[in-house]
Ligand binder design. Structure first.
Ligand code: ASP
Length: 345
């Protein structure tokens, strides 16, 4: 019986949530999904079908690759009409990358895709996994009076907060509160009730058609500046054969050294067609290259603003745009536009 006329597909990729301790080494290792269900008998209390798809073998998310993102997009696309929502269990280490990538790859999404996981394995007494999983399932089926999904976005749910996936960063390796969305308000907060922040959620109320994308180009590098960075380091990185884009992690509101060689190297790379995107090393706030001389010169070197983007979002957006064969100028232009709510303009 399915009185709520709803259903969820639970996709288990791996991660701490489904790990147990190896008795000999003490290291955490994956176990399979049947065992996960054994530890969460509460799953059976939902009075609607929850089907599962398991990655075999389950993976630590440090091994995540764009091919796995393609696999997730294919699973969601193939099952799109059969389920009202999707919950992806995923390791926390690269969850923000996967959520960002999926937000670009699932164009026209009008159903919830909620990623979650945990800091402690599900078999541990104080696990945060149960709460995260149960609430994610509730969010995945939440609909308004017209029957439309309340949150038709790719999100991360963690420790009571629902966040837009491409706005999140893992910022704590210890606390249950592992993720933050520094530059965008949370989409919902779970207490006794789940309170949805409807004005911040995009796309609810609209009817859209899912258009899955699979093309990604990984010829990208993240270059983090630090005082004392050497010219040969910059030159070697910008000279990598086949390199198409750089996410340049700068200081403060998008500032970088004023050294002549530094600006010249960036200028030359831009002229060779390498797209350079300026993202701040700060957790919160926005790149404003016009603000200081140290930022302004980057503009003149052809560097484009990453606005308030996370590094995870800038990397995956570049993979997505380059994968679709846009010219460097077209990529630069699209970096200045929001595709899936990833930047504030
Ligand atoms: N190393 C694990 C992973 O990302 C950590 C976690 O699940 O939180 O798969």
């Amino acid at each position: 019986m399915n009185p709520l006329n709803t259903s969820v597909l639970l996709i288990y990729t791996g991660g701490t949530i489904g790990m147990i301790e190896n008795a000999a080494t003490g290291a955490l290792e994956n176990f399979n999904f049947e065992q996960l269900q054994k530890y969460i008998p509460e799953l059976q209390k939902f009075n609607f079908p929850i089907d599962t798809y398991q990655f075999d073998p389950p993976m630590d998310s440090s091994d995540m690759e764009p091919d796995m993102w393609r696999k997730l997009v294919r699973i969601i696309h193939d099952n799109y009409n059969r389920y009202h929502g999707f919950v992806i269990l995923h390791g926390t280490d690269t969850m923000a990358y996967t959520a960002s990538a999926l937000s670009f790859m699932l164009e026209g999404l009008d159903k919830p895709v909620i990623l979650t996981g945990s800091q402690l394995p599900i078999g541990v007494l104080r696990t945060d996994g149960k709460e995260n999983l149960m609430t994610s399932i509730e969010i995945a089926i939440a609909r308004n009076k017209e029957g439309r999904a309340l949150v038709p976005e790719v999100c991360i749910f963690f420790e009571n907060h629902l966040m837009r996936g491409n706005r999140t960063t893992k910022m704590n390796a210890e606390n249950f509160n592992a993720f933050r969305s520094f530059n965008y308000p949370v989409l919902a907060e779970a207490g006794i009730h789940i309170k949805y922040n409807n004005v911040q959620i995009h796309g609810n109320g609209e009817e859209r058609e899912l258009k899955p994308h699979y093309l990604l180009d990984t010829n990208i590098v993240v270059l983090k500046l630090f005082p004392g960075i050497q010219e040969n380091v910059i030159a070697t990185i910008l000279g990598i054969e086949g390199l198409k884009a750089v996410v340049l992690e700068t200081y403060g509101s998008g500032n970088a050294p004023r050294k002549e060689w530094f600006i010249r190297r960036l200028c030359q790379a831009s002229e060779r067609g390498i797209v350079i995107v300026n993202v701040t090393q700060c957790s919160a706030g926005m790149v404003e290259m016009e603000r200081y001389e140290t930022g302004y010169q980057l503009l003149q070197a052809g560097v484009v603003s990453g606005y308030d983007s996370t590094t995870e979002s800038a990397v995956t957006k570049l993979m997505f745009l380059l994968g679709h064969g846009y010219t460097p100028d077209e990529v630069r232009d699209r970096m200045n536009r929001s595709i899936a709510g990833e930047i504030t303009l």
